[in-house]
Design a protein around this ligand. Structure first.
Ligand SMILES: C[S@@+](CC[C@H](N)C(=O)[O-])C[C@H]1O[C@@H](n2cnc3c(N)ncnc32)[C@H](O)[C@@H]1O
Length: 221
């Protein structure tokens, strides 16, 4: 069963109070790796889509300008509290916004990143097309996510639990191959991250010609 926006908001309203406890430490190596690989330069404008409770925000250097967006009010409340508590002045805005229909102008950011959002958002290819639109030509897109495991036993289990995607708030069985085909992303680097390399980090060149013609609602393979 497919995830939809209402299901995302409902699930993350429920997860928000305990999100950091369950998904903080476990996913942190992937967040650290991706921010390090972003190699942020002074003055760069960074957009993080699906920023959640803002666990990544303290990782960004002080010399950049970070904007975060998320669909879930409850997750954002926590991200805003973190920004205040830790005086994260590099975080210039945290806004309630759908990453599949962003309110930013074309070419607004140098780098755009999505951490653990691809298997949550209803239409991943719409999200990446929007990431590409708001990123400058020749900028970079960064993604970390779990994709279907290459081992047939593990992927069999992932397929078994996939019908519960709406309840879990993510789909476990989206293959990297289908993701790259659907999104037409120009992948420059892929590396395994987190425990057992079960998650994948992608660095992509922002190739606007390739992503410009993604249909408005891209169905999942
Ligand atoms: C698994 S959490 C990841 C949160 C954060 N990136 C992290 O590293 O912990 C997925 C987040 O993506 C958000 N999300 C899912 N679909 C979205 C969309 N279309 N637009 C904006 N946020 C979205 C959810 O509300 C949730 O906060």
């Amino acid at each position: 069963m497919r995830v939809d926006i209402n299901a995302v908001q409902r699930v993350y309203r429920r997860y928000a109070p305990a999100y950091d406890f369950y998904f903080g430490v476990m996913f942190q190596p992937g967040r650290e790796e991706i921010v390090e690989r972003m190699n942020c330069h002074p003055g760069e404008r960074i957009l993080e889509v699906g920023v959640g409770t803002g666990l990544s925000l303290p990782l960004y250097p002080r010399h950049v300008e970070v904007t975060g967006i998320d669909l879930s009010r409850e997750m954002l409340v926590r991200a805003r509290a973190r920004r205040r508590r830790q005086r994260l002045d590099q975080v210039v805005a945290l806004r309630l916004m759908d990453a599949e229909h962003m309110q930013f102008a074309d070419n607004s950011f140098d780098k755009v990143v999505a951490m653990y959002v691809v298997s949550v958002t209803p239409h991943p290819a719409c999200m990446t097309a929007e990431m590409s639109r708001v990123c400058k030509p020749g900028g970079q897109l960064f993604i970390v996510n779990h994709f279907q495991h290459p081992n047939s036993l593990v992927s069999g289990i992932e397929r078994l639990v996939a019908p519960f995607s709406r309840v879990m708030g993510f789909r476990p069985d989206y293959s990297l191959e289908h993701f790259i085909r659907d999104t037409r992303l120009d992948v420059e680097m892929r590396i395994p991250v987190n425990a057992l390399g079960y998650w994948t980090m992608l660095r992509c060149r922002n190739n606007k010609e390739a992503t410009a013609n993604i249909p408005p609602i891209q169905a999942l393979a």
